[in-house]
Design a protein around this ligand. Structure first.
Ligand SMILES: Nc1nc2c(ncn2[C@@H]2O[C@H](COP(=O)(O)OP(=O)(O)OP(=O)(O)O)[C@@H](O)[C@H]2O)c(=O)[nH]1
Ligand SMILES: [Mg+2]
Length: 246
């Protein structure tokens, strides 16, 4: 009788040990998988916008909190992987962000297609001071971005950064939003009547038959006001960290 009990006891122990080993192995496998998926997650933020809107100035403000006094238009992409300057004093392991500042020169626009596949979010900069004369070209560039199949299908978040708000004559976010929505609405009609392979590949942003609104886009499109020159870029940093988790 005692022998039967002993045998049952050792059988139970063997069963529990096997189950425990199996569970630990499973847990280990899951954590390795999660870690490798986290590592593969994109950490690139792309800064776009017309020439002179302040992309390079923002890049240096984010990286070094330094004032970029340059007046030279960029001719090559400016990129680096770094911790946002505002996070440097934080303890613990923080994931660095890869920031790419793409030149606004129209001839260099095709570079966009090399960088967008790596992007986790887009900062689209607008010069709020010199906005009215450039509204059409700003809307055209923004349309190009918002209608890219990659942007729509991957639901890439776009933050429209209305820069240079330190100047009293800078336009408000509300004004810029209304004007851009109006222009994008017109572009939806004219672009679809154009011939050409690029246009054919575009996905018309917004809801068909309704006036264009950023809130109708499949991807999240939001707007903020900044002054790169005075360091008022907090909402840009928040946006970056929403896309690239620390
Ligand atoms: N007042 C004011 N000026 C700014 C601000 N941000 C940038 N600037 C100025 O705007 C000008 C253009 O800035 P850049 O950063 O070179 O512009 P960019 O978008 O990189 O232009 P490209 O390289 O030609 O595409 C520079 O003279 C900056 O000093 C700002 O917040 N306020
Ligand atoms: Mg530049």
């Amino acid at each position: 009788m005692a022998q039967v009990e002993l045998r049952r006891f050792s059988a139970d122990t063997a069963l529990y040990t096997t189950a425990a080993v199996f569970l630990v192995t499973l847990l280990l496998l899951v954590s390795v998988l999660v870690a490798s998926l986290r590592r593969k997650k994109r950490n690139t933020i792309v800064i776009l916008g017309l020439s002179g809107s302040g992309k390079t100035a923002l890049f240096y403000q984010l990286r070094d909190s330094s004032l970029y006094e340059g007046t030279v238009t960029s001719m090559v992409p400016n990129e680096d992987t770094f911790l946002l300057h505002s996070e440097i004093s934080k303890s613990g392991k923080i994931k660095p962000v890869h920031v790419v500042d793409l030149p606004g020169h129209p001839k260099l626009r095709p570079l966009l297609d090399d960088y967008l596949p790596k992007a986790q979010g887009i900062l689209f900069m607008v010069d709020a001071l010199d906005f009215v004369p450039n509204v059409r070209s700003t809307a055209e560039y923004l349309y190009e971005v918002l209608s890219k199949p990659l942007v729509v299908k991957r639901k890439l978040p776009v933050l429209i950064v209305c820069n240079k708000c330190d100047k009293v004559t800078a336009h408000s976010v509300d004004f810029i939003r209304k004007q851009l929505e109006k222009e994008l609405d017109k572009l939806r009609v004219t672009r679809t009547t154009l011939e050409g392979s690029d246009v054919a590949a575009e996905i018309k942003p917004g809801i068909d038959g309704e006036p264009f609104k950023f809130s109708h886009c499949v991807n999240k499109v939001t707007m903020v006001e900044t002054s790169v020159i005075t360091g008022k870029v907090g909402e840009v940093q928040t946006f970056i960290r929403e896309q690239v988790k620390p």
